[in-house]
Design a protein around this ligand. Structure first.
Ligand SMILES: [Zn+2]
Length: 258
């Protein structure tokens, strides 16, 4: 839970002050279809990051039902992934607190991190931040509810687990409460942790039960200005005509699923 909270805090604290062109680091790059990975001499790592990023991109795009979206993040719109040579270099260039593992900026189309051992960046931060960036581009940053973007990122980061019935959660918020929560300044770690877990459960339930096309329709309805209840009702007319109905469906034991 710590890591998630730290990631969220890092995003909120993002400052647009740094620029790879402005610092003295000698950058090299590995380009792929949707990404430009900038590195300082570790090409094997950059290639691995590039391959993993493309793989996450495909999965996340399919979950949003837009595999036919041809011009998304191509050419000049490719997302930059900066890998600084050390935590200190990253921290200094990005004006990041010492604990931050990385940063994402929707405005700059950029994710920044640093060379580190282990899978933390590749398996956790990278899919989480990519999901944020893609959803933000798809819906429009100001229109994405917090539970949706954190739930989506959390679910993608966790390897898209099958949705357990919400009723199995020992504690939970009513969906009406969850959907209007802003935990960004919440210091109660248990509440924050529950917010992430429940948001991921609801997102996973929607995508696994009803598919990426319906989830994509829901996101497009938000993008087009519908409020949350109306967007859910338009994409899931039988299963979420109201928040109460959605809550019952989410709570009920799963008997079927794709
Ligand atoms: Zn997040």
């Amino acid at each position: 839970m710590n890591g998630r909270f730290l990631i969220l805090t890092a995003i909120l604290a993002y400052s647009a002050s740094h620029s790879p062109a402005a610092d003295s680091t000698a950058w090299q790059k590995v380009s792929s279809t949707h990404f430009i990975v900038m590195h300082t001499g570790d090409e094997p790592l950059a290639k691995t990051v590039s391959e993993r990023a493309e793989s996450y991109y495909s999965t996340i795009a399919a979950d949003l039902g837009y595999t036919r979206y041809q011009n998304f993040w191509l050419w000049d719109n490719r997302v930059k992934i900066l890998i600084y040579p050390s935590a200190a270099a990253f921290s200094e260039a990005c004006d990041a607190p010492a604990w931050a593992a990385g940063r994402a900026s929707p405005q700059r189309h950029e994710i920044a991190s640093y060379r580190q051992s282990g899978e933390g960046f590749l398996s956790t931060l990278l899919p989480h931040e990519l999901a944020h960036l893609i959803l933000s581009d798809f819906i429009g940053e100001s229109r994405v509810p917090l539970w949706l973007t954190e739930g989506f990122s959390e679910w993608e980061q966790s390897g898209r687990p099958p949705p357990a019935a919400g009723g199995l959660m020992s504690r939970r918020f009513p969906l009406k409460t969850l959907f209007s929560m802003d935990i960004r300044r919440d210091t109660d770690r248990e509440r924050v942790s529950l917010f992430y877990a429940q948001s991921a459960s609801v997102v996973g339930f929607l995508i696994k039960t009803y598919g990426g096309d319906s989830f994509g329709s829901f996101c497009r309805a938000l993008r087009d200005g519908k409020d949350l209840a109306a967007a859910l009702a338009s994409a899931y007319p039988h299963d979420a005509p109201s928040l109460d109905t959605l809550e019952q469906k989410w709570l009920s034991p799963r008997t079927t699923g794709p």
